[in-house]
Design a protein around this ligand. Structure first.
Ligand SMILES: NC(=O)c1ccc[n+]([C@@H]2O[C@H](COP(=O)([O-])OP(=O)(O)OC[C@H]3O[C@@H](n4cnc5c(N)ncnc54)[C@H](O)[C@@H]3O)[C@@H](O)[C@H]2O)c1
Length: 393
């Protein structure tokens, strides 16, 4: 096959900008001409570019002129603005999760705990609508970077559902660990919410995706969410929380524990937990109970490798698994964490979509359902768990 070439760049030179760059190095289905990076912070972009021997652009505009595809790895507050700019330039936009959200009213004393969640819901949906409108007018597309969709265990489950005509009855899943490393992740105005959106979006989108797959395979149309019941709590901010230093506990106005119970249009269900109060390393999984099989997708940890280490210090220079509290005793080191997480597969699929027009499994429609479900879930949590309808955009 004659490989096509995709010219690309990254906007946002932080944590996700780094793992996107690693995934680009593993693209094999297209040639990649990597133009360079842009970040609003000159320090961030210069340090990132010199470390990797690439070019630091001094404006988004200049970068967009040189690329077919841009990776949007900026803070969620800027996803809409950067994506709309890219789409206007007919540049494909890989948008990190969450697609967008509600980041407050701009006031000094904005507080995510007390802000009306109906407002958060309608403003977040308005932002999604602006992005969808920009995509509709563009020759390019939004590629929604939900790595769980591309995680090998979720893709294997897709194959099982498609080939056996499964009906999924209930899914339950979780993304959890002991607390985010990012210091801005503490304030609703930077992240658009707390753990329910920040972590819950991953298992939620995987569940929404698999019901799409089921509907598509059997009837040619996705099965979409129609309602959600949710609870959100701030456990580490409880006055009676007894902090022993193992969990991050300095969140400002966001939830650190959440539960979403989604009802689909066929009345089957999915239950999604997300939390920042779980020790023992990152815990990412989705279990599917269907009418003809049951699957556990273990994204992290998984049992590909299990190691017993008698002395913590022996593993000082060895990466074991994300967010582990100790490397002593039994652990499940991931031999290739990025691969199990779906990052390289996701980026490979997106480059193929740009070069050869291959279908996009994680598209703007799936991302829109995720945002719509999540902000309906915040409305439900404000009402102590009353079911709230999910709007289709
Ligand atoms: N899929 C995943 O597993 C995963 C993991 C971590 C983060 N993320 C997502 O990636 C996004 C970024 O998170 P991060 O942890 O990389 O943040 P980060 O703070 O490490 O990096 C963000 C960078 O964006 C830059 N930036 C902010 N606004 C900008 C703008 N308007 N124009 C250009 N540059 C701008 C900042 O200067 C910073 O360098 C978030 O949406 C987050 O949810 C996804």
């Amino acid at each position: 096959m004659n490989k096509k070439t995709v010219r690309s760049g990254i906007v946002g030179c932080g944590f996700s900008g780094a793992f996107h760059y690693e995934a680009i190095q593993r693209v094999y289905g297209t040639n990649v001409e990597f133009a360079g990076v842009y970040d609003a912070s000159p320090e961030h972009r210069d340090a990132y570019a010199s470390e990797r021997g690439t070019r630091a652009y001094d404006s988004l505009d200049a970068l967009l002129k040189d690329v077919d595809l841009v990776h949007i790895c900026v803070t969620a507050t800027a996803h809409e603005a950067v994506a709309v700019e890219a789409l206007k330039a007919n540049t494909f936009a890989i948008v990190e999760k969450p697609l967008t959200g509600y980041f407050g009213d701009g006031s000094e004393d904005f507080n995510g705990d007390t802000c009306p969640k109906e407002t958060a819901h309608s403003e977040a949906l308005a932002s999604v609508e602006r992005m969808l409108a920009a995509e509709a007018e563009s020759q390019a597309r939004i590629l929604y970077a939900e790595n769980w969709v591309y995680a090998p265990s979720v893709q294997k489950e897709r194959e099982i559902i498609e080939k056996t005509g499964s009906q999924i009855l209930w899914m339950h899943g979780e993304e959890a660990h002991s607390g985010s490393h990012a210091h801005t992740y503490a304030h609703w105005k930077y992240s658009g919410g707390g753990v329910m959106i920040g972590k819950g979006c991953h298992p939620l989108t995987a569940a929404l995706y698999l019901k799409r797959v089921e509907g598509r395979a059997r009837d040619g149309a996705p099965i979409r969410p129609k309602g959600v019941t949710a609870r959100a709590h701030a456990i580490t901010r409880l006055p009676n929380f007894r902090d022993e230093g193992h969990l991050r506990s300095n969140y400002h106005d966001i939830d650190d524990f959440s539960m979403m119970h989604v009802v689909f249009e066929d009345d089957t269900v999915a239950t999604v937990f997300a939390s920042d109060i779980v020790m023992g390393g990152i815990h990412n999984w989705l279990e599917v109970t269907a009418n003809n099989h049951r699957t556990m997708c273990n994204i992290n940890p998984n049992s590909a490798m299990q190691t017993y280490n008698p002395v913590d210090a022996n593993f000082e220079d060895i990466y074991v698994v994300e967010k582990t509290g100790t490397k002593q005793g039994w652990s499940s080191p991931s031999p290739d964490e990025d691969w199990f997480t779906g990052y390289p597969q996701e980026i490979e699929a997106f480059y193929r979509a740009v070069a050869y027009g291959e279908p996009i499994e994680s598209d703007s429609g799936l991302a829109a359902d995720c945002i719509s479900t999540t902000y309906s879930a915040y409305v439900s949590a404000e009402r102590n768990g009353a079911q709230v309808p999910v709007t289709w955009l």
